[in-house]
Ligand binder design. Structure first.
Ligand SMILES: Nc1ncnc2c1ncn2[C@@H]1O[C@H](COP(=O)(O)OP(=O)(O)O)[C@@H](O)[C@H]1O
Ligand SMILES: Cc1ncc(C[n+]2csc(CCOP(=O)(O)OP(=O)(O)O)c2C)c(N)n1
Ligand SMILES: [Mg+2]
Ligand SMILES: [Mg+2]
Ligand SMILES: [Mg+2]
Length: 309
């Protein structure tokens, strides 16, 4: 492995940046000039908690680190603009692993439309990635978790259950269905749909990281409402049905609580025509927060991921 400054040079060489970047990576800090309110968010990816190097190629881990963070920017109804990437890894890590990780970072930044404007490197016993992502509201109000109203429609854009299904496959030591495994290695974030939903009048929005039920409970709590999921509106992907059959776990559990979907979930007034790519999954009801039901019944299984439960 070359020295730290040589690595940084290779990481930042030839980086292109967007219009809001005044000073790119290379100084003590980058300088941005947003045209409206900015949103900022950060999420960690920790080896053996969020990924395993045996389960995911380096390129997918680099892509995922960007994707899950930009997903939180999208969920505010903002246009993603920039990221900084802090990376710690063992001294004896293969140089090829780092190069492939960095290739994934660049590829996903390009897909998401964000500029890589800085970061940090450190040695550590295992790989840890911390990304901070920024976005621009461009004059629109942020779509928070707190604006859902009784009668609103609950809708989703993106893939539910694929990532959780892929995780179950990997945990059993298998590699297929390949589409599910790929989705676990790096989720497909519906880039651009945060702004689309905000412009269509979404009243509340978030990205599904812990699991649809666990995350919708945040909207219930913040908005002071209840949500009922209508299971007849929920499609079970073929691969998820196969993994459910092989594991003896209910297919609906992967979709409702699998986690790491990084789909967007939002509430819309009942009169709103849902934007293309969005599908209804349930309805907002009156009541005092906390409650997400499925077909008007409490969900018996886990609601989603909790790092400390
Ligand atoms: N260590 C921390 N210090 C301050 N705020 C935090 C910390 N950890 C989480 N939060 C805040 O708590 C909220 C929920 O966090 P989290 O569940 O990680 O959100 P998300 O699932 O959208 O990534 C966010 O607003 C986040 O910024
Ligand atoms: C090795 C491994 N085990 C388990 C998981 C499953 N998993 C880890 S974190 C997580 C939930 C999402 O992560 P979190 O850090 O809570 O993201 P946030 O909600 O803050 O966006 C899930 C489903 C995984 N991805 N990799
Ligand atoms: Mg988080
Ligand atoms: Mg997150
Ligand atoms: Mg989130």
């Amino acid at each position: 492995m070359p020295g730290e400054f040589e690595l940084i040079s290779s990481i930042t060489e030839g980086l292109s940046v967007g219009d809001d970047v005044v000073l790119p990576a290379g100084d003590d800090a980058a300088v941005l000039r947003p045209a409206g309110d900015i949103v900022v968010t950060t999420d960690l990816l920790v080896e053996n908690v969020h990924f395993k190097r045996q389960w995911s190629p380096a390129r997918a881990i680099g892509r995922k680190a960007i994707a899950v963070n930009v997903s939180d920017v999208e969920s505010m109804g903002a246009r993603p603009s920039a990221v900084v990437v802090a990376l710690a890894f063992p001294r004896d890590l293969d140089r090829a692993w780092l190069d492939e990780f960095q290739e994934g970072v660049r590829a996903e930044c390009a897909a998401a439309g964000v500029s890589l404007v800085g970061g940090d490197l450190s040695s550590a016993a295992t790989v840890t990635v911390c990304v901070t992502a920024l976005g621009n509201l461009e004059g629109r109000p942020a779509v928070t978790r707190g604006g859902a109203r009784p009668g609103d429609v609950v809708a989703v854009c993106g893939r539910l259950g694929w990532s959780g299904g892929g995780l179950a496959v990997l945990q059993r030591g298998f590699g297929s269905p390949k589409d599910l495994v790929a989705e676990h290695q790096c989720p497909t974030v519906p880039y651009g749909q945060g702004v689309v939903a905000a412009s269509a009048g979404a009243t509340a929005m978030l990205d599904v990281s812990d699991g649809l039920l666990a995350d919708l409970a945040h909207i219930c709590e913040s908005s002071g409402v209840t949500i009922d999921i209508d299971s007849s509106l929920i499609e079970i992907p073929d691969g998820v049905a196969r993994v459910a059959a092989a594991t003896g776990r209910p297919a609906l559990g992967f979709v409702l609580a699998g986690g790491e979907d990084h789909a967007l979930a939002a509430t819309f007034p009942p009169s709103t025509a849902l934007p293309a790519g969005w599908y209804r999954v349930g309805t907002v009801g009156a009541g005092d927060g906390h409650v997400v039901t499925v077909d008007a019944q409490p969900w018996e299984g886990t609601q989603g991921w909790d790092h400390f439960a």
